[in-house]
Design a binder for this molecule. Sequence first.
Ligand code: PLP
Length: 387
Amino acid sequence: MNRKLELMKPSASMALMARAKEMQKTDPGVIGLAGGEPDFPTPARITEAAIRSLREGNTHYTVGPGIPELRAAIAKKLREENSVVCDEDCILITPGGKNAIYLAVHAVLNEGDEAVILDPSWVSYEPIVLSAGGVPVRVKLDYREDYRLSRELLEQAVTGKTRLLIINYPNNPTGRILHADEADMLERFLLEHPEICLLSDEVYEKIVYGESSVSMGSRRAVADRVITVNGFSKCAAMTGWRMGWLACSPELFRGVFKLYQHSVTCMSGFLQAGAAEAFSCGEEMEEMRAVYEQRRDLFCGILDSIPGVRCPRPEGAFYAWAFFDVRGMSSDEMCEYLMERARVVGMPGTAYGEENTACMRFSFANATDELETAANRIRDAILQLQE
Ligand code: PLP
């Protein structure tokens, strides 16, 4: 077997989602909040467009990086909504945002090159870097500073071998967005390190509860080294469609596309026809966002009222990131305890590289009544510990 695979851990979120399913076989009342899956159906117009295309016989290979109408719609969206100027020829349609990240990382890194990952971070960046023969360098952002980016921490992590920095805003798991002052700092950092590319994972872009997150591709001085990744899974409730995309410079695109041709080949024409319709579903996406906001307020509100628990409302994405100061219990212990006592499955903070404090991530992309039950059960379970 390839030795790199031995370095790679299996996905912790998939393991806990599977555990919740297993528990539900004997106890249907178990509530799984470990995954990151919208409970809404895909907007009907998107599904109808895909069915129409399927009926029209679009069931063969499509040629190239994606159908022109979808790539043009993405280029327009990037220009108008993100101030990112990108030629539609440099947009690649991929099987999910995850594959876009995989292709980009493989296209940038050589064996032994270092990639900086900012913790807490999504579970797949490190394995993807390892699969490319890269060396993940994990920078711990500080929970006491609300996980603000710091130039000092970045500089400490950089060596002569650093070639990639991966950022993700709105962030999974913390829900933080990229603020303009942090984007300014990142721009200056990249200007002083011309050998470093930036991968900006923006898959939760539309799920924000105040201001929008800055897209680093909008910073012209460094834009040729920024790879923007996005997709339809989270914002358009299309997780099962496996539709994502990336946008980058012509030079990077040539590399990424070669890898794509020899692995993905192309994306299905009828799925792309459906996804193109997502750009006229602004209203449907806004409705989902508004419901997430209500759920955020409800779920975080209950958790935050529990003695020993702090659950700030996230600025974006659909995760509650809760801190526990309860009888010295660690993240892993709290996760196990809540699974057993509250019958609620969440994710321990350690899965995201947060080892300095006890915390957990709970998805609030579940039905509102289920979230309320889960939050109340968590409250009761924690209060029991404090009796
Ligand atoms: N990036 C982040 C931060 C995620 O949380 C996820 C999914 O959980 C992805 C990328 C990949 O999403 P998809 O491949 O479904 O587009």
